[in-house]
Design a protein around this ligand. Structure first.
Ligand SMILES: Nc1ncnc2c1ncn2[C@@H]1O[C@H](COP(=O)(O)OP(=O)(O)OP(=O)(O)O)[C@@H](O)[C@H]1O
Length: 227
């Protein structure tokens, strides 16, 4: 369970997140949707302990990310800004992460298979396409076999087949009782991927919607009435 309570963060005069409260339950894929600049990335970064909130709390299973013991085995994250060493192969990148986190090396082959990147594993990451880098980022997040996945725009750069695959993957992942929070500013992407959608606008939660055929209409209504 991810629990965000009265979370706020400003950057100078920019109020990025304002008194935000929501919960993400296990067993479902929860979408995090909002216009550009709505505060999605800032919220995810606070959940992951990368940005310090001005007020409020973001807890994972009742504990702040920074207080988790062995966090990579509890929470897997894919962030927009994921950087890779371009001269390393995908496999070496994952092996390096395993070494740093004390995860057994056999996980490398397992996650490469899970994200369907085995064929490119021994190529240098500098030559990867955007979609391949996204798959490698997801593989990195999965190394510790975490119960919680936090993904910022994971479909970015994936081709339609890749998006279809990601959707199936995240759903299967959630079905095993895991928690998945996935952000996007693309409504169609989330309507395919998520079960429920948290809508944020100007740093505030403005609606919680089921991801059904009416999502677009309901989203637009929620955004317009929040302004
Ligand atoms: N490090 C920072 N310094 C200054 N302002 C920031 C910083 N990070 C975010 N902001 C501002 O906070 C607001 C929210 O940004 P954030 O990246 O969280 O939005 P977002 O919903 O993820 O947007 P997008 O969909 O475009 O990725 C924006 O106005 C942004 O410019």
């Amino acid at each position: 369970m991810i629990s965000v309570t009265a979370l706020s963060k400003s950057f100078g005069s920019v109020r990025a997140v304002h008194d935000l409260t929501f919960e993400v339950a296990p067993g479902t894929v929860t979408g995090f949707l909002g216009p550009n600049g709505a505060g999605k990335t800032t919220t995810l970064r606070m959940i992951l302990g990368l940005v310090r909130p001005d007020a409020g709390t973001a807890l994972i299973g009742g504990t702040r990310y920074t207080d988790l013991e062995s966090p990579v085995t509890k929470v897997g994250a894919v962030l927009e800004s994921t950087a890779f060493h371009p001269g390393r192969t995908g496999r070496l990148h994952l092996e390096t992460l395993c070494l740093a986190a004390g995860i057994p090396d056999r996980r490398v082959g397992e996650v490469l298979t899970e994200v369907d990147l085995l064929a490119a594993a021994d190529r240098r990451v500098g030559g990867y396409s955007l979609g391949m880098r996204q798959r490698l980022a997801l593989a990195s997040a999965l190394l510790g076999d975490p119960a919680v996945l936090v993904l910022d725009e994971p479909a970015n750069g994936l081709d339609p087949e890749g998006i279809h695959w990601l959707r199936g993957y995240l759903r299967a992942h959630a079905t095993t009782g895991r928690t998945v929070l996935v952000s996007s500013h693309t409504l169609t992407e989330l309507s395919l991927m998520a079960d429920d959608v948290l809508v944020v606008s100007e740093g505030r939660l403005v609606a919680e919607l089921p991801a059904g055929p009416d999502l677009e209409d309901e989203y637009l209504t929620a955004i317009r009435s929040s302004r």
